[in-house]
Design a protein around this ligand. Structure first.
Ligand code: ADP
Ligand code: MG
Length: 235
């Protein structure tokens, strides 16, 4: 239909806090082409998480539209909204959010079961470099390894979008770069579209497109003709 993976049109999100209206998003308009790696960049409080949650169907807009793969996500009702989140979107978070009582393999299988791809779990863990750690529990894995499990867990859905909210925010510099390289590789090897939130401008240099947010506005949209390899990033 369209080759835009994501189109936002005057997207707004207001939160009512008693008598105060917090305008977390004040009219975001942008397009994301299919297969792109996009960084949503902005300082704390600029609306990044709010925007990612609207795209992921975790929250509904106050006004405006967010279209993903031709579907108007903001207008979806149950059960379509749940199906959208389950089938189309893989999420990775700053704090990994693995189930502590399940092994790496079981964490990925749990989601694979819903998607009907449970048997791919071991291969995916191999793909993210954890072939030797299948039966380790999250507490037995480093932060970087836990985030790799979370990436495998997102990928087993064969999602259309991979959404990351500060996915390296809790990792040390070197480990963060390795996780960013994995995200870049996955984006390049598949037709997945990746949107990754960060407050770190250096990470924007590895993106195909950087959408900068400030105070709920899109301040700037920049294309990198030659994105840097994650190993070339410094901060
Ligand atoms: P970022 O991820 O860029 O730090 P957020 O999207 O989390 O920014 O927040 C943007 C603004 O909206 C902030 O002022 C924040 O306090 C406010 N906000 C976010 N979520 C809520 C909520 N559920 N209720 C009230 N205010 C919120
Ligand atoms: Mg945030």
């Amino acid at each position: 239909m369209s080759d835009q993976a994501v189109s936002a049109r005057d997207l707004q999100k207001h939160y009512q806090m008693g008598e105060v209206t917090v305008r977390a998003l004040r009219g975001a308009t942008f397009d994301v082409p299919e297969g792109a790696l996009v960084v949503l960049l902005g300082p704390s409080g600029s609306g990044k998480t709010t925007l990612l949650n609207l795209i992921g169907g975790l929250d509904t807009p106050t006004s405006g539209e967010v279209i993903v793969d031709g579907q108007n996500v903001g207008r979806l009702q149950e059960p379509e909204l749940t199906e959208y989140r389950r089938d189309k979107v893989g999420f990775i978070f700053q704090f990994f959010n693995l189930v502590p009582t399940l092994t790496a393999l079981e964490n990925v299988e749990l989601v694979g079961e819903l998607a009907g791809n449970k048997e791919e779990a071991a291969d995916l863990l191999e793909r993210v470099g954890l072939g030797e750690r299948l039966n380790y529990y999250p507490a037995e894995l480093s932060g970087g390894e836990q985030q790799r499990v979370a990436i495998a867990r997102a990928l087993i859905k064969r999602p259309y979008l991979l959404l990351g909210d500060e996915p390296t925010g809790n990792l040390d510099y070197e480990t963060g770069l390795l996780v960013l390289q994995l995200i870049r590789d996955v984006c390049d090897e598949t037709d997945l579209t990746v949107l990754m939130v960060t407050h770190n401008a250096a990470i924007g240099q590895m993106a195909d497109i950087v959408i900068s947010l400030r105070s709920g506005h899109v301040e700037d949209i920049k294309r990198n003709e030659e994105p840097l390899a994650p190993s070339e990033l410094t901060w």
